[in-house]
Design a protein around this ligand. Sequence first.
Ligand code: NAD
Ligand code: MG
Length: 392
Amino acid sequence: MTLTVTILGATGSIGRSTVDLLAQHADRFRVGAVVGGRDAAALARVARETGAAFAALADGEAGPALAEALSGSGIPCGAGESAVLEAAARDADIVVAAISGAAGLRPTHAALRLGRTVALANKESLVCAGDAFMRDAKRCGARILPMDSEHDALAQALAGRSIDDVTTMMITASGGPFRTWPAERIAAASATEAAAHPTWSMGMKINIDSASLMNKGLELIEAHHLFAIEPARLGVIVHPQSIVHGMIYWCDGAVSAELAMPDMRVPISHCLGLGDRLTIARGRPLDLVAAGSLTFEAADEARFPCLALARAALSEGGAAPTVMNAANEIAVAAFIRGALTFYGIAALVERACTHFAGVHRVAPEDVDAALAIDAEVRAWSAAALPRMRATG
Ligand code: NAD
Ligand code: MG
């Protein structure tokens, strides 16, 4: 039986790795819908290459360019939010949710509420509206498969056993490109330096989040929702080689870990396999002798304040993670275009969290509520940016 796979975010880093794996196992999979953000030519290329059943671009104005690029292929297409939601809701056995940022919430939820199996890379869905996503998944009979490498590792190490026997779930962080830099040097870092990830090849936003360790903070929040585990039993450890991805510390002192080379096709294949293992052609086998040593160190929250901010938002709960994520998205975009310093990111996030602490307390009850908070915090953060430039 062939399985139909829809890819939300098909032109991105996760999307392209997914396409690579699907092509390697063309006898098992066919591609349903493919969705992209703004690049009509790139989306048309993916649609043609995969023989997709439908292509949708978020940018409504690029509709004619997409239709032109797909002419003669026989692949139907659409543009704008309604086309993206239509694509997400089309019949599929697995929906890969790999749009970056809060823009992924609505399309991911559109698949989830139809009871689909959702392979979730878009961690922002859980950060911004985790309670609503997990509740609706249960209510609609949808399965959420973690596609983030650390969470896939935790799921593999847990192997269906009871969370009651878990003392701590530990996720690893590479430490990013600034792991060994002194704070003064980090303060002056450019976007190019921040994007130069030592072990993983990823999209720009997650690269910057990895440099600030905000990504690890988002992943703690993601783990809290995915595994229904309280914040006090979640931990982060820096592991520069990115070979151990997640560890379960059991109540009897035993530790189960998942190891693999840093290659997103490993967690992607685990999701697509639905429990089976898929061979990865051209994968790099793990050679522990060549790796030499695996090292571990504590995360330094003084040099990486975003991690502490995210842990505080996780402990606070309610709308705090939604607020934090929105401010971070604005701050990262500003940093990339040179309108904020690296430590300005944490400074803006902290200000937004403080400002909104008394305004939005309860966790958003649905996606609309989460996106309303998201929009308000984005507007506030964008307005605060010019003041940050002087101080941040
Ligand atoms: P990316 O920037 O490379 O790709 C993002 C994709 O989303 C692109 O296809 C883009 O066209 C599309 N997109 C952007 N805005 C959109 C919109 N408004 N509507 C529809 N589509 C839109 O990002 P990525 O690195 O592939 O990451 C995607 C998600 O997966 C993020 O949430 C990230 O945190 C998560 N993730 C990525 C990695 C990785 O290794 N890249 C690892 C773990 C988790
Ligand atoms: Mg990760």
